[in-house]
Design a protein around this ligand. Structure first.
Ligand code: UP6
Length: 259
């Protein structure tokens, strides 16, 4: 678990999006990434606008949007710019490089043209990263590699996790950080630990999601950015919930760097 403040770590980061993220986290005092897992474009835009002040990143699963039209992208980008957060498409690329290059830059979503951040599995090895690195699109791009998941019964084992970290080391300019549940990379403070499966009420769902509380993931498990989806989207008042998660997560971060 890193005790070094984000601003000091940003000086050690090599990926431009992680440098930007560390800056946003410090200036807005938020480590909250909203998982905007909604299937309606207007609802996504409204939520993004309302919680914008409290988040450092907005994570999408763009392929679940039922009324998707490319027109969604510009207003989303405008909101992200106005509220100073990063657009993050959780595509979890996992195919051969050539296919990933097309999935990342082509089709109706053209992810590389708007998402500064994407997730990828390390399963198929370096081809995924080479593809994302070389594909046309935004100059500014970063990848979060999955080294662990929050899912019960996940097939990822220790060898896979370690090999993922090794792969990361070969792409310092491209990889922003790691999606994981434990502090795995104490030797690389420039990387960001992104931890999903976070909820104040840490009871899972009926499809294997496992939750931990904000305090636990930040203080005990070293999360830098916490991903919160249903804890916010399904709250009676999502805006109040987002503010609450932001406050609790930031206090936990301050406590971690103090000790
Ligand atoms: N996510 C996980 N666990 C992982 C990786 N990614 O939950 O190991 C993603 C899910 C979802 C979000 O795809 O978008 O984080 C969690 O949402 P929730 O808070 O509503 O469970």
């Amino acid at each position: 678990r890193f005790k070094m403040p984000f601003l000091d770590r940003s000086k050690l980061a090599k990926n431009p999006v992680s440098i930007k993220l560390f800056g946003i986290m410090s200036s807005k005092q938020t480590t909250l990434c909203l998982a905007a897992d909604l299937t309606d474009s207007t609802k996504i835009l409204n939520l993004a606008e309302q919680v914008g002040p409290y988040i450092c990143a907005l994570k999408t699963h763009i392929d679940i949007v039922e009324d998707f039209h490319p027109n969604l992208i510009q207003p989303l980008k405008d909101i992200a710019k106005r509220h100073n957060f990063v657009l993050f498409e959780d595509r979890k690329f996992a195919d051969i490089g050539n296919t990933v290059e097309m999935q990342y830059s082509k089709g109706i979503y053209q992810i590389s043209s708007w998402a500064s951040l994407v997730t990828a599995h390390s399963l198929t090895g370096k081809g995924v990263l080479d593809a994302i690195k070389g594909a046309p699109g935004n100059e500014e791009r970063g990848v979060f590699l999955l080294a662990e998941t929050s899912a019960a019964g996940s097939l990822i084992n220790d060898t896979y996790t370690k090999a993922t970290l090794k792969l990361t080391a070969d792409y310092p300019d491209l990889v922003s950080g790691i999606v994981c549940q434990n502090p795995l990379f104490s030797d690389s403070p420039g990387l960001i630990q992104l931890t999903p499966g976070v909820k104040l009420e840490s009871k899972g769902d009926n499809l294997g999601q496992q939750y931990n509380t904000p305090d636990y993931v930040v203080i005990e498990k070293g999360a830098d950015i916490a991903v919160v989806g249903r804890g916010i989207t399904e709250a009676a008042d999502p805006v109040t919930a987002a503010k609450l998660y932001r406050d609790v997560l930031w206090k936990a971060y301050e406590k971690r760097i103090e000790n």
